[in-house]
Design a protein around this ligand. Structure first.
Ligand SMILES: [Zn+2]
Length: 240
C-alpha cells in the first residue's frame, strides 16, 4: 500500500486518488504536487508525477489529462495521448474538465485541490471528472453519464467537505433544486455529486469521504492555503 495513493477497484476498472505524501516538493507544495501551473519547480513536479504513476503501475505516457477550465466539456480518448501533458509537460492540452474512454490502458487524470475528482466505470468504459461547483452546475456529471449505455459505478475522491466550504448565495442558488446539499451557507459538493448520480440511475457510489481542507497532512486545499498550494489527482483506467 502506497502512502501516495488511495486505491479502489470499480467495476473492473482501477481508481487511484493521490495524496500530498511521498513526493519531493517543498514549501506550500510539500510534497507530492502534481500540478505544473503552480509556483513549484517543474523538475520536482515531473519527479512527483513519475512516482505517482509508478505506484499505480502506470507508465506516465499512458496518462491523459486536460487544461481544466471549470466547464462541462468531455474529451473522448481512443488511445493514449501522443506526447501527452502528464509525461511531457508543455504539451498542448485539450481544454476540458472531463475525460472518457473505452480503451484499456488509457489512464484518465484530473488535478484537484478541493474540487472533487469523480470516477465512473461500467460496461467497458471509464470517465474521470473535475467536479468543482461550476462544472457540477454546468452539467458535467449528466453529460458524462449520457455517454454510458447503462448507469456506471462511481467513486467520489477527496475534496472540500461541507465542514469547510462556505459559499455565497449565488452559488447556493445553482443547487436549490437538490435536496440536502446545503447547511446554511455551507455547500456539500459530495452530496451534490451523489444526488446528480442517483438521479440518473447510478446505484453503486463509493465515497472516500475525506475533506481536503481538514486534512492538512494528507491533501492540498486551495481554500485552506489561500490559493498557494499544490495539486493532487484522480485517476481511472481499465487494465490493458
Ligand atoms: Zn473540512
Amino acid at each position: 500500500m502506497s502512502e501516495r495513493l488511495i486505491e479502489l477497484e470499480l467495476d473492473g476498472a482501477r481508481v487511484a486518488f493521490t495524496t500530498r505524501r511521498g513526493g519531493v516538493s517543498g514549501g506550500p507544495y510539500e510534497s507530492l504536487n502534481l500540478g505544473l501551473l503552480t509556483g513549484d519547480e517543474p523538475a520536482n513536479v515531473a519527479e512527483n508525477r513519475t512516482r505517482a504513476a509508478a505506484d499505480a503501475g502506470l507508465d506516465p505516457a499512458q496518462v491523459a489529462m486536460g487544461w481544466q477550465v471549470h466547464g462541462a466539456e468531455i474529451r473522448e480518448w481512443d488511445a493514449a495521448p501522443r506526447r501527452g501533458g502528464y509525461a511531457s509537460p508543455g504539451a498542448e492540452l485539450p481544454r476540458v474538465d472531463g475525460h472518457a474512454t473505452g480503451a484499456p490502458g488509457v489512464a484518465l487524470l484530473v488535478l484537484v485541490a478541493d474540487c472533487l475528482p469523480v470516477a465512473l466505470a461500467g460496461g467497458g468504459r471509464v470517465a474521470m471528472l473535475h467536479c468543482g461547483w461550476r462544472p457540477l452546475a454546468a452539467g458535467l456529471i449528466e453529460r458524462a453519464l449520457a455517454t454510458f449505455a447503462e448507469p456506471p459505478a462511481a467513486a467520489i475522491g477527496p475534496g472540500i467537505g461541507r465542514c469547510c466550504y462556505e459559499v455565497g448565495p449565488e452559488v447556493l442558488a445553482r443547487f436549490a433544486d437538490l435536496e440536502g446539499v446545503a447547511d446554511g451557507r455551507r455547500l456539500d459538493l459530495r452530496a451534490v455529486a451523489r444526488r446528480k448520480l442517483e438521479a440518473l440511475g447510478v446505484t453503486r457510489i463509493v465515497d472516500v469521504d475525506r475533506c481536503t481542507a481538514c486534512e492538512r497532512d494528507s491533501f492540498f486545499s486551495h481554500r485552506r492555503d489561500g490559493g498557494t498550494t499544490g495539486r493532487q489527482a484522480g485517476l481511472v483506467w481499465m487494465p490493458a
